[in-house]
Design a binder for this molecule. Structure first.
Ligand SMILES: *Cc1c(COP(=O)(O)O)cnc(C)c1O
Length: 386
């Protein structure tokens, strides 16, 4: 049996060791971690729904109606009327024939790639795709190729050199660690021309972008024909947990038959589906949350421009600050922590070598006071380059 200690020690020495801090508060803009009061600028609770009274009330009511556990997989007897209603409401929300709930986004991505592809097919991925999309491509057993970040020309070249078998292109809608939006219109055109499937993972776009929060595809005016596979998660803007894939009747029926990460796992609790149905109502009905969220983003970008903060080009609530070395990213994150601001350091292998960063995210639950405190502390921890 191999000795595990040396690799752990090497990770420590390279500032790549990961450890968990214990949070003692419900999800929200303020939290207490290891006894320290902090303003949270790193969660994915973009609309402030993770601890929303109406969502919580539906969760409780759901437990009264359905109990705590779902007891079985969807194909056994875990698929309740609550799950089914949520699927229908999600399909209606994004304007597709069907939606299929998965227990997590990671599993949804694995399920699609492994159900649609086999040996002899090919999968194409943006180099900066989320780890779950990369793993899905690798596990599909199809030939795996990455194209340069948002480089549709590079993708086109790779697609056109491939004649045999199915082709599947996978991309984040909003890139999770960078905050930029994929060139979706150009990707869709290229995929149509090259007869490739296009799947967009809109984990950070759905609920956040476009009118009613219909996501990055709605913002780019793309139809179900242009982007046949949409995946999104429910643990971010929707405030709860889980994920879904949306598309045609035939796509969803294929996933039900073949996606092993759908078939061989317990359904999410029905009460959670009830909570998510209420989350969806808030996402749909409260445009003010998005308007306010993007006001915060605009104010931050203005601040960053004025103070020379090295932000990355992003127009979404994900606003990474470039650092470079993992060691420095950790040191700055700790300095911010000591000043009461929580922004975690993102290091390799989550991001490429040499591109460690602080991933700052905004939420509609942030107040003016939170924003001012952020600016004050950033100015202190990132002295102006001049
Ligand atoms: C968070 C995330 C996932 C994984 O979703 P979970 O439901 O947390 O497993 C997949 N893709 C992207 C782009 C994500 O940001």
């Amino acid at each position: 049996m191999k000795n595990l200690e040396p690799e752990l020690a090497a990770r420590q020495a390279n500032h790549l060791y990961r450890s968990r801090r214990i949070n003692d508060t419900p999800q929200g803009p303020e939290c207490v971690i290891d006894g320290q009061s902090l303003i949270n600028f790193c969660s994915n609770d973009y609309l402030g729904l993770a601890n929303h009274p109406a969502v919580n009330a539906s969760f409780r009511k759901g437990i009264n109606r359905w109990g705590s556990g779902s007891g079985a997989a969807h194909l056994v007897n875990g698929h309740t009327a609550a799950h089914h209603a949520l699927e229908e409401e999600l399909a209606d929300f994004i304007g597709r024939e069907r939606a299929l709930l998965f227990s997590t986004g990671y599993m949804a991505n694995l399920g699609v790639a492994t159900a649609l592809l086999e040996r002899g097919d090919a999968v194409f991925e943006d180099r900066l795709n989320h780890a779950s999309l990369l793993d899905a491509g690798l596990l599909s057993r199809a030939r795996f190729q990455r194209y340069r970040h948002t480089d549709v020309g590079d993708l086109e070249e790779k697609l056109s050199s491939r004649v045999e078998g199915e082709k599947l292109v996978l991309t984040d809608g909003v890139f999770s660690m960078d905050g930029d939006i994929a060139p979706l219109t150009a990707l869709a055109e290229t995929c149509q021309k090259q007869q490739a499937w296009l799947m967009v993972d809109d984990a950070h776009g759905l609920g956040v972008l476009a009118e009613k929060g219909r996501g990055s595809l709605a913002q780019a005016n793309l139809t179900a024909e242009q982007v046949p596979i949409l995946m999104a998660t429910l643990g971010k803007a929707f405030g709860t947990f889980g994920a879904f894939v949306a598309g045609s009747e035939a796509l969803i029926e294929t996933l039900i038959q073949k996606a092993r990460s759908y078939i061989y796992t317990t359904a999410i609790p029905a009460a959670l589906a009830e909570a998510t149905r209420t989350g969806l109502q808030v996402v749909r009905n409260e445009d003010w949350r998005r308007t306010y969220l993007f006001e915060l983003v605009a104010r931050f970008k203005q601040f960053a421009g004025e103070t020379g903060l090295p932000v990355m080009p992003s127009d979404t609530p994900i606003q990474p600050i470039q650092v470079g070395s993992a060691e420095q990213a950790l040191a700055i994150s700790q300095a911010l922590f000591d000043e009461g601001i929580l922004i975690t350091a993102i290091r390799p292998p989550t991001v490429p070598e040499g591109s460690a960063r602080l991933r700052l995210t905004f939420s509609a639950s942030h107040t003016e006071k939170h924003l001012q405190q952020l600016f004050t502390v950033l100015e202190k921890c990132f002295p102006s380059p001049a």
